[in-house]
Design a protein around this ligand. Structure first.
Ligand code: CP3
Length: 353
């Protein structure tokens, strides 16, 4: 890189951290690493804490949120924490009747199908989520120099849960609304964009150092449809987040053909799943940092196989404006935490060239 200012080797503040520096394309002491879904079912200490406590209830209890968010930071020594919550939590907070069912995911009692259904969803204000503000503030104090990543679900992915009423493979009803009822689609996507922007603002105001917009299921759309029906709404969220002054990560799955559009939506860092090699993704996202993208199943391979694949990804990442190492999607629940510990140490120990 062109910047020759001194590289801090002690993470004294989140702003000096390898993670934040990489998102901004500044020189780093090592390639920073964290994992999507790092706080979760692969950790025995997580399962112990969650025993008998519902997912939504956990997300609304600051003691639980703080402890679960800290668990992977302590165990793996990752370069960033991700706030323990869920993409549907802000909907629950404004009053949408939904639950997160173990092994299933978010389930919505009355799917959203009409303009009236959309109008019945309130906008989000900080008063809806005092427990989020408290959890973030306490976490930031406890994390010290380790940055906290706040997050929200992107409009398309959240719309899919609201319209389908639960998890879906094809997103058929969602796309039927998108193609066939553009007024309802616009109202719904605008509503969710406003909620996501307000939710991110609460997290950053309370001290989060970066945000990630999860559009996990955007890869279901063709590039043309993404550009017409999805990108404008994600761009609103990312533009609002940009006003907050923190780096913005934009991630989806199966998005090989969407990467330039997801970058243009207003990302500082584009998350790449494992199907697209970084060598292909980097020129596609323009002058931006990338995040990713080890196949999450590689942690089930022998350690030496996993680390040699990780080394190749770190090497490929050097061509980007900045690179944050991650898996290509979330940690698989029966992942051996020992492997993630090895992987973290390995990536952090690769010398910068
Ligand atoms: O990354 C982290 O460690 C932070 C926590 C986090 C969760 N969900 C916790 C969770 C984050 C960032 C999310 C985001 C999320 N939620 C996404 C986008 C990321 C992705 O994986 O693509 C999506 C699509 C959801 C919706 C959702 N919520 C799903 C698909 C599931 C899993 C269903 C299952 O059990 O297989 C959930 C539930 C959920 N979110 C759990 C956790 C720890 C499991 C809760 C439980 O089983 O009780």
């Amino acid at each position: 890189t062109w910047d020759d200012s001194p590289v801090p080797d002690v993470q004294s503040t989140p702003q000096d951290s390898a993670f934040i520096r990489a998102t901004r394309g500044l020189p780093v002491p090592h390639t920073p690493v964290w994992y999507m879904r790092q706080a979760g079912r692969s950790l025995p200490e997580y399962r112990a804490l969650r025993a008998g406590v519902g997912m939504l209830e956990s997300c609304m209890t600051p003691d639980v949120v703080v402890e679960i968010t800290m668990q992977p930071v302590r165990r793996y020594g990752v370069d960033a924490a991700i706030f323990f919550s869920d993409i549907v939590l802000p909907l629950k907070a404004v009053g949408v009747d939904l639950d997160i069912k173990p092994g299933v995911g978010p389930v919505v009692a009355s799917p959203v199908r009409t303009l009236e259904d959309v109008a019945a969803i309130p906008d989000l204000t900080p008063e809806h989520v005092p427990f989020i503000t408290e959890s973030v503030q306490r976490l930031v104090a406890e994390l010290g120099g380790t940055p906290l990543i706040g997050f929200a679900g992107a409009p398309f992915t959240v719309a899919s849960y609201l319209v389908e009423g639960g998890p879906s493979k094809e997103h058929a009803r969602t796309k039927a609304m998108m193609f066939g009822a553009p007024e309802v689609w616009d109202a719904l996507m605008s509503k969710i964009a406003g909620i996501a922007a307000a939710y991110l603002s609460v997290q950053v105001s309370a001290g989060a150092s970066a945000v990630q917009l999860f559009d996990s299921w955007a890869g279901a759309c063709t590039p043309e449809d993404y550009a017409t029906y999805v990108q404008p709404y994600s761009a609103r969220v990312l533009s609002a987040a940009g006003e907050l002054g923190v780096p913005r990560i934009h991630f989806g799955v199966n998005t090989g053909s969407l990467l330039p559009l997801m970058a243009e939506a207003g990302a500082d860092v584009v998350g790449v799943d494992w199907r697209t090699p970084l060598g292909t993704a980097i020129p596609a996202v323009g002058d931006r940092a990338v995040q990713g993208n080890l196949d999450p199943t590689l942690v089930f391979a022998p350690t030496s196989v996993m680390t040699s694949r990780a080394a190749a990804i770190v090497e490929a990442g050097r061509a980007a404006r900045g690179h944050v190492f991650n898996l290509g999607h979330g940690v698989i629940p029966d992942t051996d935490p020992g492997q993630l510990e090895e992987l973290t140490r390995f990536v952090q120990s690769i010398p910068v060239s």
